[in-house]
Design a protein around this ligand. Structure first.
Ligand SMILES: Nc1nc2c(ncn2[C@@H]2O[C@H](COP(=O)(O)OP(=O)(O)OP(=O)(O)O)[C@@H](O)[C@H]2O)c(=O)[nH]1
Ligand SMILES: [Mg+2]
Length: 438
């Protein structure tokens, strides 16, 4: 029996920023030139990347500590120190990162990232920004500043990574409808089957073969009306089918009103969606009338047709116990799953950056349409809204702050050049370039 999730604890360390330099120009004929100490480069951040080529977290069971490199110090002649590359940790799609129990000052258990799409990224430890060199501290009153900043330390975190296994098919339905019997008939999994409700209390997983396709199938505990209010075993298990590609909704031919059962479960899905997974009610669903072996074949067929008219969806008569109609249903599920999977890989070309809820100062930058860069980050968004960009001093303060938040660095890594258009909190700006305004 496959385990439902993988779980590892790791430590991550982002790189420290390089120090700014104190230095003065020395030129022939000049006793003491102006300050020319450059800024330090920023340290690399640690970034999780959801990679559809990675299937388990096993790699992180072997290597527990992951550190990005430090930025180098600033040089003479206002030379900018080298910024370190981000350390990309490739994790399976479906990985959830939480603040670890030993988190340094963090809230243990808090979700930092939830990567559900291939290519999706999340910064889990931010690299320290480089310190300003003394060239940055000149003002009309201070012509020869003997002041430079140290680099900021990179963030350090203990993390728990959990893989919520992404099953292809989710089996749903009221208790005793035959979900576990179905799983037994299509896979080697051996969940308990019994004629009383709530036999299954934790999700079960099996691997089915359909043609040449391998499908993971998740059998979850039965749902009843009011599950979203905690009735029965509640609806918490629905999160395990959130990420499936297709649902098989089982109905029971021996029940008095299978259409009413169908609607009750759909209602629970919608109620669950109101608070959590918005996509669940829109997920492709195949409907099967199970236990059709209890009726003469013609009658089972008629009942399925009648149900189909009432709920306005196709209904397949099947028998999980007798294995009838199951392979056809599974075949169709495999087709839908494949279609969904192909649709999923299309999104891979456009990795979506999620802003992990780190320090309030964390930012995310993402290329948008027509060469624009979308910038997100609560502090910077607030400041952008408050800044009067017509006022040069105010604008300078904004860019200064943005740089301290690592904006320049991220833009440079994304290949942005000076004058690149940015959008932040609906404000459209022109990036002055990596060294900020003159
Ligand atoms: N006649 C008949 N009985 C079935 C069929 N499928 C399941 N059953 C019976 O229905 C009862 C419940 O089956 P389970 O597979 O445990 O149902 P479940 O949906 O997993 O139930 P919970 O885990 O409690 O939600 C058992 O007694 C099964 O033997 C079927 O196709 N035909
Ligand atoms: Mg069961």
């Amino acid at each position: 029996m496959a385990t439902f999730w993988d779980h590892v604890e790791i430590g991550v360390q982002a790189g420290d920023g390089g120090s700014g330099l104190i230095s003065f120009r020395r030129e022939w004929g000049e006793a003491k030139g102006g300050p020319d100490g450059g800024d330090g480069g920023s340290g690399g951040s640690v970034v999780l990347v959801a990679d559809s080529g990675v299937n388990t977290l096993a790699e992180f069971g072997r290597k527990k500590r992951h550190a990005a490199k430090n930025g180098t110090a600033g040089g003479k002649g206002k030379r900018h120190g080298k910024s370190a590359d981000d350390l990309l940790l490739h994790v399976p799609v479906g990985t959830v990162a939480r603040e670890g129990r030993e988190g340094k000052g963090g809230e243990s258990g808090r979700i930092l990232a939830d990567l559900t799409e291939p290519g999706e990224q999340a910064v889990i430890a931010r690299g320290g920004r480089g310190g300003f060199g003394n060239a940055h501290f000149t003002s009309s009153r201070r012509q020869a500043p003997r002041q430079a900043e140290k680099g900021e330390p990179g963030e350090e975190r203990e993390l728990e990574l959990e893989l919520k296994l992404v099953a292809d098919v989710g089996l749903i339905g009221i208790p005793s409808v035959g979900k576990s019997t179905f799983l037994r008939s299509v896979s080697a999994a051996r969940p308990k089957v019994a004629d009383y409700p709530f036999t299954t209390t934790v999700p079960q997983l099996g691997i089915a073969q359909s043609g040449g396709d391998r499908l993971t199938v998740a059998d979850i505990p039965g749902l009843i009306e009011g599950a979203h209010q905690g009735k029965g075993l509640g609806d918490a298990f629905l999160r395990h089918v959130e990420r499936t590609k297709v649902l098989i909704h089982l109905l029971d031919a021996t029940r008095e009103d299978p259409a009413a059962d169908y609607r009750a479960i759909r209602h629970e899905l919608a109620s669950y969606a109101a608070t959590s997974a918005k996509s669940l009610p829109r997920k492709p669903e195949l409907i099967a009338l199970n236990k059709s072996d209890t009726l003469p074949e013609a009658e089972a067929k008629r009942l399925a047709e009648d149900l189909s008219k009432r709920i306005k969806r196709p209904v397949h008569p099947v028998s999980a116990a007798a294995g009838k109609g199951i392979s056809g249903l599974l075949n169709e599920a495999a087709k839908v799953a494949k279609r969904q999977r192909n649709a999923g890989t299309k999104t891979k070309a456009v990795p979506r950056l999620t802003l992990s809820e780190l320090a309030p100062g964390a930012i995310a930058v993402q290329p948008g349409p027509k060469g624009t860069f979308e910038v997100r980050g609560s502090r910077l968004e607030r400041l952008a809204k408050q800044t009067d960009f017509e006022n040069p001093e105010a604008a300078e303060r904004f860019w200064w702050t943005a740089r301290r938040h690592g904006l320049d660095d991220r833009l440079e890594k994304l290949g942005a050049e000076a004058d690149a258009p940015l959008r932040i909190a609906g404000v459209e700006l022109t990036w002055p370039g990596p060294t900020g305004p003159a």
